[in-house]
Design a protein around this ligand. Structure first.
Ligand code: GLN
Length: 282
């Protein structure tokens, strides 16, 4: 007899068995634990505390395991990804929010507060799932936002997230190339554009499930960033700033921008000390 509050049923697979199966199939015990926890929509501690819990939808679980073992990211199975302390809906139409992008959001919030007491216009270029624009709308309740993306289907994900987080009336979503859809200049421009080099991307199976359009930055990863930088003076108000996420290979763009645009450009490193952001002032 068990005194567990969970009702046992003799036919179901149990968490204990699911963990063994998933750990083996994924070749990683921890990944197996994440998968089972996400499938049951419970936390890791809760999962591990109750190995006798039944998995009632066993065939559903096996399907998840199969897809995960083929490399599909967990976020595309659970349709959830946490970003800046909130949960966002996600599917294959948009890039999965990355923790490194939280630095961009932190810097944007502090800039908006310092320069404008939070009362400013912000554009998020290449908004994808919308996690940046939506987080900024929530953290800066007096800001007005535009979010653009070339992909109409990514914008559908962003709109759903804006509705889920009740900020749909504060963000105008616009389909189009880079800055083209913006109605005019803004105070603060943020972007996590594709910056992965095409050659690196070609040999990388882990991102095969994500929209290539959201990652591929051309030969040196800087194609879209360069295009955006050249247009920037037209879309930033005087004393406005831009914050662009980059990889360390694109740090050279700071000098490039200063040469081509004037103003000031600075690189902001992440916690590991690697170049992660470029901050520009007109
Ligand atoms: N940081 C992402 C990665 O390394 C890249 C995101 C991007 O291209 N904007 O997968």
């Amino acid at each position: 007899m068990t005194d567990s509050p969970i009702v046992r049923d003799n036919t179901s697979m149990l968490v204990e068995e699911a963990l063994t199966l998933a750990g083996k199939a994924l070749g990683d015990r921890r990944e197996g634990q994440y998968l089972v926890a996400a499938f049951l929509d419970i936390g890791l501690a809760d999962l591990l505390a109750h190995p006798e819990r039944p998995i009632t939808d066993e065939s559903g679980f096996r399907r998840w395991l199969e897809e995960r073992a083929e490399g599909k990211p967990l976020a595309y199975l659970s349709h959830r990804q946490d970003f800046f302390g909130r949960t966002f809906y996600i599917d294959e139409r948009a890039l999965i929010p990355r923790p490194e992008t939280e630095l961009l959001v932190e810097e944007a919030i502090s800039l908006a507060q310092k320069m404008y007491q939070g009362d400013c216009t912000i554009a998020d270029i290449g908004a994808g799932s919308g996690c940046i624009a939506i987080t900024l709308a929530l953290e800066l309740p007096h800001a007005r936002l535009w979010a653009t993306d070339l992909s109409a289907s990514a914008l559908e994900v962003a709109r759903k997230n804006a509705l889920d987080h009740a900020v749909e009336s504060r963000i105008t979503f616009l389909e189009g190339d880079l800055l083209d859809p913006l109605p005019g200049p803004v105070d603060l421009l943020v972007a996590n554009l594709p910056y992965v080099s095409s050659t690196w991307l070609a040999g990388e199976p882990s991102i095969a499930f994500e929209p290539r359009q959201a990652l591929d930055g051309g030969e040196d990863g800087a194609d879209l960033l360069r295009r955006l930088l050249l247009l920037l003076p037209l879309y930033l108000r005087s004393s406005g700033s831009a914050l662009l996420e980059i990889g360390e290979e694109q740090a050279f763009l700071a000098e490039w921008a200063q040469e081509h645009l004037g103003g000031t450009a600075a690189i902001v490193p992440d916690l590991a000390g690697k170049p992660r952001l470029m901050r520009l002032r007109t």
